[in-house]
Design a binder for this molecule. Structure first.
Ligand code: MGD
Ligand code: MGD
Ligand code: MO
Length: 694
């Protein structure tokens, strides 16, 4: 399949990782061996720059730990599992037989579980979706990352469309809000830096003094989950100082008077108490925001991982509508630009294969609960899962409340297939592990959530060992299941074309193959004259849709579920944002990266909290709450503040002390909008770990 001969060298590709930057890659190949992956200098968004982890992509591809042949479990499920090799034919035959038997009973007993191991349109949800649609399997609500923020943008703005990222280079005031750009959005940081060199002021709003916060002019160390309160106080200041753009508000928004009324209750004093900022910090921030019309806000998904996360996003994106910053290309806000891409999901995923069936849906963020439903509770709302196929995800490490998740995965009556590159925590629970190709070995096509270019990825090398693309694995499973629709025969190049063929006819596929990227022709200032994609075509401070659902139509400050205070059983707040050298739980097992990173899991704790607990630099910690306990090294630092501990990145459980990772502590409670997870809404206690380090 996909027999296009790759003659060019270097080979053009696209970074598949879940990062807003979606870089264009060049891979130098010699004798079918990938020598080096580089950033494409001709792609303006990439500008020849790659992050540390992806520049080690060949090490990951050729790692000795890579799974290169299908495996079948012969030991117990879990960290002590053992596997033996099995042929592809046998593995596919046995899996199909099992799935056929379960489907014959009720296909809703089968669940796909996937997320963003690759963001590719083809190796993500194309052939796999066709397969599960034809099967009529339970559908997965893919909420684990961005659903609260996404839903917030839908309510207020009607879509995921924001400023063009390159426009930040021209802004005079940049607010980096709930984002550690140097870690998770490096190419945005390049634009912010260009603006800084031209004299722009940079403000970072983040509970932690991140490497990004350190490089900004101002750092507002806000309490987690309190951003909406800050916004209200700022709006009040804007009103009091006559800094609102009444013309923009009148022409292009709905509900201003009601929002204003709510904001007027937020004095500087009140916000200061809730947010943990001084009155002066807030008033100066409001002054900056009111005096610079081309103010630009880069918010990221970090701030929507708490109970009121969706409301916080709605509150923040209201600010540019209040001061009319949307009028300017370099003013406004950016959370995501994914809505600018007309991806043809219909063509890729073929929902018509459901043939009128409406299978149940389960939320991936509560997989711990889903897998612990009892067989007698089986019904449309709570399907009893007997078989699960996991691809592009590592739920045992990344899903919240992992004690529940591992308990579910360990069920002897659960049949689990994992498509993977490595023996992850999730693969430890598989009945079959099927070896998947990496981005260097398969075709794909990509959009981006940070910039506005389509990218193509050509395979640079032949598949390593017996690895196969996800698409091919689902094709073979479809064949073994007897699925006859011709769509199961389409090859990956055809799928790449289908992604935009009908919806973006002006994009020449041949030119894309040659150049590697295509820049969408999209507006620089999408809301300069209103044009929001809401039902009212206006920015909805007041959302009619929410009102009709009987919910609060305005954004509000919604306190966290878990509010630590000094006298509480769990007095510390814990957040667990991305680590610079990892991508969620990907790359944590790559030595080349480990050496350049910290080589063991740790928690940052403020000197004051450490001292009170008898914790010193040599200490190992037990971090605990009612859900579980996590054992790791202590790092005592003023990057965090009293009352807040920070654990970066998602280590695999088996790399952590005593087989634990941070998601032992996080909960399955969901966000206000979008049923998202609340990873950063978590109260814990910490004590020194006395012994038992394994
Ligand atoms: N290197 C690297 N890059 C990544 C990832 C990675 O794991 N590693 N992950 C990728 C993924 S999946 C995503 S979704 C994206 C975005 O991922 P995000 O989760 O947005 O990650 P960050 O941009 O690091 O920003 C999170 C920042 O928000 C701060 N924060 C936490 N709670 C709050 C709060 O309540 N309010 C405010 N104002 N700030 C808060 C954290 O301290 C952190 O610095 O990044 C992607 N890029
Ligand atoms: N505590 C805490 N937990 C979090 C977060 C947090 O900030 N704190 N962040 C959350 C967020 S934002 C996200 S997006 C999720 C991410 O959760 P996941 O999407 O599960 O991301 P990864 O941990 O990177 O795991 C992806 C897996 O896919 C595999 N993979 C990559 N490419 C392919 C392929 O082509 N085929 C196959 N079959 N496999 C492939 C990789 O080897 C890797 O093991 O985690 C969430 N969990
Ligand atoms: Mo994410």
């Amino acid at each position: 399949m996909n027999m296009i001969e790759i003659k060019s060298n270097p080979v053009i590709g696209a970074c598949p990782h879940d990062c807003p930057d979606t870089c264009s890659l060049l891979t130098d190949v010699h004798d079918n061996k990938a020598i080096k992956v580089r950033g494409n200098p001709d792609h303006p968004q990439t500008a020849g720059i790659l992050c540390n982890k992806v520049s080690k992509y060949t090490e990951r591809t050729y790692s000795d730990h890579r799974i290169t042949q299908p495996l079948k479990r012969i030991g117990p499920k879990g960290p002590n599992s053992r596997f033996e090799p099995i042929s592809w034919d046998k593995a596919i035959g046995e899996i199909a037989q099992k799935l056929r038997a379960v489907a014959a009973e009720d296909p809703s007993h089968i669940l796909p579980y996937s997320y963003a191991g690759t963001m590719g349109k083809v190796q993500g949800e194309s052939m796999s979706s066709r397969f599960f649609n034809q099967l009529g399997a339970t559908q997965l609500e893919r909420t684990i990352c961005s659903s609260a923020g996404t839903q917030a943008l839908m309510y207020s703005m009607g879509g995921k469309v924001g400023m063009k990222v390159e426009q930040f280079a021209n802004s005079k005031l940049i607010i980096i809000w709930g984002s550690n750009s140097i870690t998770s959005n490096l190419h945005f940081w390049r634009y912010a830096n260009q603006a800084k060199v031209k004299g722009a002021k940079l403000i970072c709003i983040d509970p932690r003094r991140t490497e990004t916060a350190e490089k900004c002019d101002v750092h507002l160390s806000i309490n987690p989950g309190t951003d909406a309160a800050l916004v209200f106080a700022v709006i009040r200041e804007l009103v009091l100082n006559n800094a609102i753009d009444q013309d923009y508000i009148d022409k292009y928004t709905v509900g201003w008077e009601l929002l204003k009324e709510r904001a007027m209750h937020w004095t500087l004093e009140r916000a200061s108490q809730v947010c943990g900022l001084t009155i002066q910090e807030i008033s100066e921030f409001a002054k900056d925001y009111s005096s610079i019309k081309t103010a630009a806000i880069r918010l990221n998904y970090g701030l929507q991982r708490s109970k009121g996360g969706g409301n916080a996003v709605r509150a923040i994106v209201s600010l540019p509508a209040v001061i009319g910053a949307w009028r300017y290309p370099c003013g406004g806000a950016l959370l995501a630009n994914s809505g600018r891409f007309p991806t043809d999901l219909q063509a890729l995923q073929r929902p018509e294969l459901l043939q009128g069936r409406t299978p149940p849906t389960v939320n991936m963020s509560t997989i711990g609960k889903v897998l612990n439903i009892k067989s007698h509770e089986h019904c449309f709302k709570t399907p009893f899962i007997k078989a699960m196929i996991v691809y592009n995800s590592n739920p045992v490490a990344v899903a919240p409340d992992s004690k529940q998740v591992t308990k579910g995965f360990a069920r002897e009556d659960l049949f689990t297939v994992v498509l993977e590159h490595f023996q992850t925590d999730t693969a430890d629970y598989a009945d079959y592990i099927l070896p998947a190709t990496t981005q260097l070995e398969h075709w794909d096509i990509h959009s981006s959530y940070g910039h506005t270019d389509v990218l193509i990825n050509k395979p640079a090398i032949a598949a390593v060992g017996e690895c196969k693309p996800n698409t091919q694995i689902f094709r073979e499973l479809a064949y073994a299941m007897g699925f006859e629709d011709l769509c199961f025969k389409e090859d990956d190049l055809t799928l790449c074309k289908q992604a935009f063929e009908k919806t973006l006819p002006q994009m020449s596929f041949d030119r894309l193959l040659e150049k590697g990227y295509y820049e969408l022709e999209v507006s620089d200032a999408p809301y300069a004259n209103g044009g929001f994609h809401t039902p009212s075509s206006r920015f909805e401070f007041f959302c009619e849709k929410l009102a009709s659902l009987g919910e609060d139509p305005l954004p509000n400050y919604i306190p966290n579920y878990e509010q630590p205070h000094l006298d509480a059983k769990y007095p510390l707040a814990m957040i667990s944002p991305p680590a610079r050298n990892f991508l969620n739980s990907t790359f944590v097992n790559i030595n080349a990266i480990h050496k350049s990173s910290d080589n063991q899991p740790y928690i940052e704790i403020h000197p004051k909290d450490a001292q009170e607990r008898g914790i010193d630099e040599e200490s190992y910690l037990e971090v605990f709450n009612d859900r579980g306990s996590y054992h790791c090294k202590a790092v005592i630092t003023e990057r965090t503040k009293p009352g807040l501990i920070v654990g970066l990145g998602i280590w695999w459980r088996k790399q952590g002390l005593n087989g634990t990772n941070i998601n032992e502590l996080t909960s399955q409670s969901l966000t206000d909008y979008g049923n998202g997870p609340t990873f950063y809404d978590c109260a814990v206690q910490v004590r020194p770990l006395l012994k038992a380090i394994t």
